[in-house]
Design a protein around this ligand. Structure first.
Ligand SMILES: Cc1cc2nc3c(=O)[nH]c(=O)nc-3n(C[C@H](O)[C@H](O)[C@H](O)COP(=O)(O)OP(=O)(O)OC[C@H]3O[C@@H](n4cnc5c(N)ncnc54)[C@H](O)[C@@H]3O)c2cc1C
Length: 491
């Protein structure tokens, strides 16, 4: 397994649990990647993902833990979070009934609004069920089509016609494209989940994004460090091997006899799963460079970055709010990113794995354009980094007025940080900004037709996020397992 982010670790654990001997080679000093963590002065900060999606019983994440024989991870099941629009607040409740009432109250209760939400709900119901049933895209073989027919079921099949429409199309159809608060909220949700805009986001993916909180967001005790401590212990307990600080440089050979050259020696493997970003896979696995090229060229202009501020603050600075998570939009008219759409996550009170007693870990994240960070001289980079850090904390004071006044930790992560510590090429995080032309049936597949080589992770279908990585890991582990059984050497 190349790469110990969520996708790599999940795939390795599934295979190990099924009796295949696995080894994960990870460049960083510990696992996690964009769902990883770092520690500073007694705090543990999540470097990217702060919430795990659909880890409740019956969910995609829960299926992963069940599949590998691991107990549920203790944590805070978020009852929802607050969306702060420029002129109003809306609580995105996890409870479906409460959310249905709240969205009509805050965003409009006309027949058009009701019809629009009904369409989105129907798509979300069907496609969450299909996701949990292990739907597989892009379809490459008749067996995939058959499998998907079963996963979608008779009521879902007609909805597959929406594969090529966008959320913007649905808004236009319901004469709601000009409704600023509704479009503002949807824009925030689809930017965070499919890195897209309402006019480009594929409708089905957008419907899943908008309902992601209903599928359950959980922040593990101790944040991502708490999750990984348990997951790695379990993986190792099953006999899985993990080599950290071990960068992969080249993969050569063929099915049954691959040679993986790393910074710490050569490893031999019968199959190789690359859970690296697709651009890195193309660089280190020459056999996949050609097949990946058309996808990488197509998506080159569609990559994005993130900025995160990490604060270690006394409890009082985040007191007085019912919810620990908030999402803020400042201006309906400006493009999203660089603070106009940002997520504020606060560790739960009493979570002393995340922060010392009486203190809290706070992560404020926003999207950013990579071009604004590329090639900056060091001095300009420092200025930009400090300026955006100050701006994000200033904007977050709408929620927590004294935030950061007595911070014991105040650090800013940028695309340069993701490039340096998470080895993301150019600092790009997530996959490409999703549109019908590069998502679902057009997404980067898990197999490019080279026997014994697989791809998984947020640059392949279904895309970014912990739930997507868990889904991808299931598909790839099933395929790799089938191959392992076919090619097993009799003893
Ligand atoms: C700011 C931010 C906030 C987010 N918030 C959420 C959230 O709240 N909820 C959610 O579900 N998702 C969230 N996400 C998305 C989620 O974190 C990612 O989609 C997911 O973690 C990607 O996992 P991955 O395994 O595909 O890739 P990665 O996490 O990038 O893993 C790849 C791994 O490969 C390693 N690697 C790279 N090159 C090499 C090499 N040459 N040799 C060996 N190892 C190598 C890296 O170190 C890394 O560990 C967020 C992302 C960001 C950036």
């Amino acid at each position: 397994m190349l790469g110990g982010g969520l996708a790599g670790m999940a795939t390795a654990a599934r295979l190990q649990a099924a009796g295949v001997s696995t080894l994960v080679v990870e460049a960083h000093g510990h696992v996690g990647g964009c769902a990883g963590y770092y520690r500073r002065r007694g705090f543990s900060f999540d470097v990217g993902a702060t919430t795990m999606v659909d880890f409740e019983p019956g969910g995609v994440g829960a299926e992963l833990l069940e599949n590998v024989g691991m107990d549920p991870v203790p944590g805070e099941a978020l009852p929802g979070y607050v969306g702060w629009l420029p002129d109003r607040k809306i609580t995105l409740y996890r409870d479906t009934g409460a959310w249905h009432r709240e969205r009509l109250r805050a965003l409009g209760d006309t027949p058009r609004h009701r019809a629009f939400w009904a369409r989105l709900d129907r798509l979300a119901d069907v496609f969450w069920d299909a996701s949990r049933a292990g739907v597989r895209l892009p379809m490459r073989r008749p067996a995939d089509a058959l499998h998907n027919l079963r996963a979608l079921g008779p009521r879902g099949l007609p909805l597959a016609r929406h594969l090529n429409t966008t959320l913007g199309d649905a808004l236009v159809r319901h004469r709601l494209r000009g409704d600023a608060p509704l479009v503002g909220l949807l824009s925030m949700l689809v930017e965070d989940t499919v890195h897209s805009t309402v006019d480009r986001a594929p409708l089905i993916n957008a419907a899943l994004s908008v309902t992601i909180r209903g599928a359950g967001l959980t922040r593990a005790d101790g944040g991502m460090r708490g999750f990984w401590r348990r997951f790695v212990a379990h993986y190792r307990g099953m006999g899985g091997q993990l080599r950290v600080g071990c960068r992969v440089e080249r993969v050569t050979g063929r099915a049954g006899a691959f040679e993986v050259r790393t910074a710490r020696g050569v490893v031999h493997a019968r199959q190789v799963v690359s859970a690296l970003p697709a651009a890195t896979t193309a660089r280190v696995v020459p056999a996949l460079a050609g097949p990946l090229r058309p996808y990488l060229e197509r998506d080159e202009q569609d990559m994005g970055g993130a900025v995160v501020v990490f604060l270690g603050v006394p409890d009082e600075e985040v007191a007085g709010q019912e919810f620990t998570h908030h999402q803020l939009l400042q201006d309906y008219g400006r493009p999203l990113g660089d603070g106009n759409n940002m997520f504020v996550s606060v560790s739960a009170q009493g979570d002393t794995e995340s922060a010392p007693p009486g203190e809290r870990a706070v992560m404020i994240s926003t999207h950013t354009r990579l071009a604004d960070w590329t090639g900056l001289p060091d001095a300009d980079y420092e200025i930009r980094k400090n300026e955006i850090g100050e701006r994000l904390v200033g904007l977050a004071r709408r929620v927590h007025p004294p935030l950061g006044e007595r911070a014991r930790v105040w650090e800013v992560g940028t695309p340069r940080s993701y490039e340096r510590f998470a080895f993301r090429p150019g600092g790009a995080v997530g996959g490409a900004h999703q549109a019908p032309g590069n998502a679902n049936q057009n997404a980067v597949p898990h197999s490019l037709g080279v026997p014994g080589l697989w791809l998984v992770g947020d640059s392949t279908w279904p895309g970014l996020g912990t739930v997507a990585c868990a889904m991808g890991s299931r598909i790839v582990a099933e395929e790799a397992l089938r191959t392992a059984h076919r090619t097993a050497v009799p003893r």
